[in-house]
Design a protein. Structure first.
Length: 472
């Protein structure tokens, strides 16, 4: 169902609602709907699109599975400080019969051997200081060079793995804090942090709803794929924490950032705007902090967002390199692999700004990833050629819907099994858990996909069943 589907043009509020709610099953509770109306009432907000997996996280300013369109304002709180948190799918030449539970564990251990134990733990995929600078300014093409990928790999990523850093001054010199440039803090942990809601998962293609497109994309029955969700690495969040005060920044990190921000904005040369204006934008917890895109401060923020986004692409190129290397070590021979797609939660730039929080941009005719859970299948969809006005985004996963089914006892087991592996990070990391579990029904994610298809946003192409999932 939908409520008040808007156009992106300006219409009288008495006639058009700014909020659009797409629901897979039931509408959001009144408190969450009230939160959406509060957002829609803000003067710089043009439209609010709430997607089927909508939910509120405790440490986030806005709900997840949301896209907010603004005119003449960039509001950092409308998305996570972790710009370019993304997902990708690597197709392999393996079939389901090739990946036994023991082989899956060996693969995960090869991956995990290079995972950083702490933020200053350098490893095979860490960057040098100059590589970190190039990653921020050049994005995916530089990452392909660092990790020995074919140059065309970046073309399978959103925006071909790079966004142009807006011109004006020397962004690296003036905007990147000394905390990042003078230490290894932002460049050691590269591509292998599968903590929190991030994961690495071995999957097998077990059902095709659009066989012709699936075949064109290489999604053959029983073919093994590797899905990852992670990023964007420490560089982007450290950088962007210097431009606004976020709800998620609490505990011992808060005074460290405060001191670093004082040095960055007041003691390291000229900065955009007056001293009072800088304090209001960067140090106060405002709830919402609108930056005028054309202002000095707005340009600086846009440059910082671009650098953080570029670094996120390079971070996941490290993930793809680690997948390549771990497959070769596990199977003791070259395993064919191909990046199907890599999608992010981006800011949109054009006549309007679209901030996406746990949602992804619809790319016409391109693969769209909607993740399930460690025991629930995921889907590869296809972006609509011409989605309805305002319906420009889709959920990056069905986690909240699945959790609701699980809590209600509706998530029935199938005869299939998978395994959930938990490892301590680093070489020789201890196996903290290795649990065989039943694969559950795909009904909740199919419900979400049905909603996206009915609204002309994304249609399903193939279902991917989990066979092993890594958390570290």
């Amino acid at each position: 169902m939908s409520v008040g589907v808007p156009s992106l043009g300006r219409f009288p509020e008495a006639t058009w609602s700014k909020a659009t709610i797409l629901a897979a099953d039931t509408m959001p509770d009144p408190e969450l709907r009230g939160r959406l109306e509060e957002l829609a009432a803000l003067p710089w907000v043009e439209a609010v699109l709430a997607l089927p997996d909508l939910h509120q996280k405790v440490k986030a300013e806005i709900p997840s599975s949301l896209a907010v369109t603004t005119l003449d304002a960039i509001v950092p709180e409308f998305t996570s400080v972790a710009i370019n948190d993304g997902m990708g799918v690597v197709l392999t030449s393996l079939e389901a019969k090739d990946v036994t539970p023991d082989r899956a564990l060996t693969f995960f251990r090869h991956m995990n051997d290079h995972a950083a134990r702490h933020v200053l733990d350098q490893n095979r995929y860490s960057l040098s200081g100059d590589q970190m600078r190039r990653a921020a300014l050049e994005g995916g093409p530089a990452g392909a060079e660092f990790y020995g990928h074919a140059g065309a790999l970046a073309d399978r990523m959103e925006w071909s793995g790079r966004v142009q850093v807006p011109e004006g001054g020397d962004p690296w010199k003036s905007l990147v804090p000394a905390l990042l440039k003078a230490s290894a803090l932002g460049r050691c942990e590269m591509g292998l942090n599968f903590g929190g809601n991030h994961f690495l998962e071995l999957q097998v293609v077990d059902h095709m709803t659009d066989p012709a497109r699936a075949q064109a994309w290489g999604l053959a029955p029983n073919r093994v794929a590797v899905m990852y969700h992670l990023g964007p690495g420490p560089f982007g969040s450290i950088l962007l924490h210097h431009f606004s005060r976020r709800k998620s920044l609490r505990g011992p990190r808060a005074p460290i950032y405060f001191l670093s921000k004082l040095l960055h904005h007041y003691a390291s040369g000229r900065r955009p705007g007056s001293a009072a204006r800088r304090w209001g934008l960067h140090f106060r917890e405002n709830g919402w902090t609108p930056f005028a895109p054309a202002s000095e401060e707005g340009l600086a923020l846009r440059q910082a967002i671009a650098m953080a986004t570029n670094f996120g692409f390079v971070y996941r190129m490290a993930t793809i390199a680690a997948i390549r290397d771990a497959l070769a070590a596990t199977f003791e021979s070259a395993v064919g692999l191909e990046l199907l797609c890599d999608v992010e939660e981006p800011w949109g730039d054009g006549t309007a700004w679209v901030a996406r929080h746990n949602s992804c941009r619809v790319a016409p005719r391109a693969p769209a990833i909607v993740a399930g859970d460690h025991d629930v299948p995921s889907y590869i969809g296809c972006g609509a050629i011409d989605p309805p006005p305002g319906l420009h985004s889709y959920d990056h996963g069905a986690g909240n819907i699945i959790a609701g089914w699980r809590e209600a006892g509706r998530l029935q087991a199938t005869y299939r099994t998978t395994q959930r592996v938990r490892l301590e990070r680093g070489r020789g990391g201890r196996v903290r858990g290795r649990d065989p579990v039943s694969v559950r029904t795909a009904a909740p994610i199919e419900q979400l996909m049905g909603s996206l298809e009915r609204h002309g946003i994304v249609h399903p192409v193939a279902r991917l069943r989990p066979i092993a999932t890594l958390k570290n």
